[in-house]
Design a protein around this ligand. Structure first.
Ligand code: 5GP
Ligand code: 5GP
Length: 226
């Protein structure tokens, strides 16, 4: 008994260094505007399945902490297997396409998102349920329609950041976090809308006060066409 206890005490530092603690408080459902991914410096390539719909598409479902920190790459042994999501494939292609070059079937983007973010929620979701949860959440909200209802359209015009935030607060019912990037000529544009989701991955919630994603945005942001 004493030997077992001694072994445990001696092994503890080693065990904790290989087993990252991956708690989290909520998820971000991160939706990207394809027009802003494509007109940026890295350019884009349409996926093998063709040009995606002009709508906010899934970038990821990211476990996050209320203090702004987040876990990542929590379980190197749990790597992405496309066979786990074969029943979701057409839904994934439509709603979670990869716009990176060269054109692809999306597997490497999904593998990256699963390894970096999904494995940090593997106490809640297996791989299949993680991707399905993100698809179900995206299905519940139409950001383009919400913005359009407030006269904010992807027509290369600029809109105030506050009008975008208010439109989403009004049409969606909760605060969100807006993230921006730059087009090739350096104009700051609406890139991502991050919606907050409870830690069961099923219900939208208001984003914690500490959330700040608007650091890359300016007070006026372009909304490019796609
Ligand atoms: P960027 O440097 O473009 O803001 O972020 C690069 C990557 O870091 C993101 O794609 C995402 O994987 C991760 N990341 C950045 N900010 C956050 C965050 O607030 N929460 C989480 N969970 N991941 C983030
Ligand atoms: P994150 O920024 O989420 O950590 O990483 C995103 C990674 O996925 C980057 O390496 C990026 O090149 C790749 N990627 C592949 N397809 C896409 C896409 O459609 N959108 C974004 N944002 N990244 C993509």
């Amino acid at each position: 008994m004493k030997t077992a206890a001694l072994f445990f005490v001696l092994a503890l530092p080693f065990l904790s260094s290989v087993t990252q603690v991956c708690g989290f408080d909520f998820f971000y459902l991160v939706l990207q505007w394809p027009g802003s991914f494509c007109d940026a410096e890295q350019k884009c390539c349409y996926p093998n399945s063709g040009k995606p719909a002009a709508e906010f598409l899934i970038h990821g479902l990211w476990p996050n902490n209320n203090d702004g920190s987040y876990p990542s790459n929590c379980d190197p042994d749990n790597s992405f297997a496309s066979s786990q999501i074969s029943d979701l494939m057409s839904n994934m292609e439509a709603n979670w396409p990869s716009l990176a070059c060269p054109s692809s079937n999306g597997y490497s983007f999904w593998a990256h998102e699963w390894s970096k973010h999904g494995t940090c929620a593997d106490s809640i979701f297996n791989e299949h349920d993680y991707f399905e949860a993100a698809l179900n959440l995206k299905d519940k909200v139409d950001i383009l329609q919400i913005l359009s209802s407030s006269g904010i359209e992807p027509n290369d015009n600029s809109y105030s950041l506050s009008s975008i935030e208010e439109a989403i607060q009004t049409g969606f019912g909760f605060t969100s976090v807006i993230d921006c990037n730059k087009d090739v000529s350096g104009s700051i544009q609406l890139y991502q809308v991050q919606l907050c989701v409870d830690k069961t991955g099923t219900s939208f919630i208001a984003c914690p006060d500490s959330s700040s994603g608007s650091g890359r945005c300016s007070s006026e942001v372009k909304f490019p066409s796609f």
